[in-house]
Design a protein around this ligand. Structure first.
Ligand code: SF4
Length: 134
C-alpha cells in the first residue's frame, strides 16, 4: 500500500483557505469539526504522515478543509481547538512548544470548549481512530 503524503503537502493545499492547521500540533480529536456549524460540509479527514506533539512521525488522520469556500470565518473551530494548532490564515505559529503549553494550561479554564468538551466520548474515539498504533 502506498505511504500517505507528508503533512507539508497539505500546507500547500491550505494556501488560500481562511484557516490554517499546523499539523504537528494537532491531536486528531476532531474538536474543530464537531464545533463547526457546517462541519460535515466544510471538513473532511485525510491520512498523512505527521508527528504528534513532537512524537513519532507516522501515518495519522487529520482534519482538512475540503470546502474552504463555505467557511463563514466565525472562528468557532479555532476556539474549540484544544492545542492551538488551528489558526486564522496569516497567524503564524512561531513557537509550537509554547503554543501547546499555553493552550493546555488554558483548557481547564475555558468555559465552552474546555476539558469536558475535549474528553467527550466522540472525541476520545476519534483520537484513537486517527492515531492508529503502527
Ligand atoms: S471558521 Fe466557522 S464556519 Fe469556518 S470552519 Fe471554523 S467553525 Fe466552520
Amino acid at each position: 500500500m502506498p505511504e500517505p503524503p507528508d503533512w507539508r503537502e497539505f500546507e500547500n493545499l491550505q494556501k488560500n483557505a481562511p484557516l490554517h492547521i499546523y499539523y504537528p500540533l494537532c491531536g486528531g480529536g476532531e474538536e474543530c469539526i464537531s464545533a463547526c456549524p457546517f462541519g460535515d460540509k466544510i471538513w473532511t479527514v485525510k491520512e498523512m504522515k505527521v508527528s504528534m506533539f513532537g512524537f513519532k512521525y507516522a501515518p495519522r488522520r487529520r482534519p482538512v478543509m475540503a470546502h474552504p469556500e463555505l467557511c463563514r470565518r466565525c472562528n468557532i473551530c479555532v476556539e474549540a481547538c484544544p492545542t492551538g494548532a488551528l489558526k486564522p490564515a496569516g497567524v503564524e505559529i512561531k513557537h509550537p512548544g509554547f503554543v501547546l503549553l499555553y493552550n493546555t494550561l488554558k483548557l481547564p479554564f475555558k468555559k465552552r470548549y474546555g476539558l469536558k468538551f475535549v474528553f467527550r466520548e466522540e472525541h476520545k474515539e476519534k483520537f484513537v481512530r486517527n492515531n492508529p498504533k503502527s
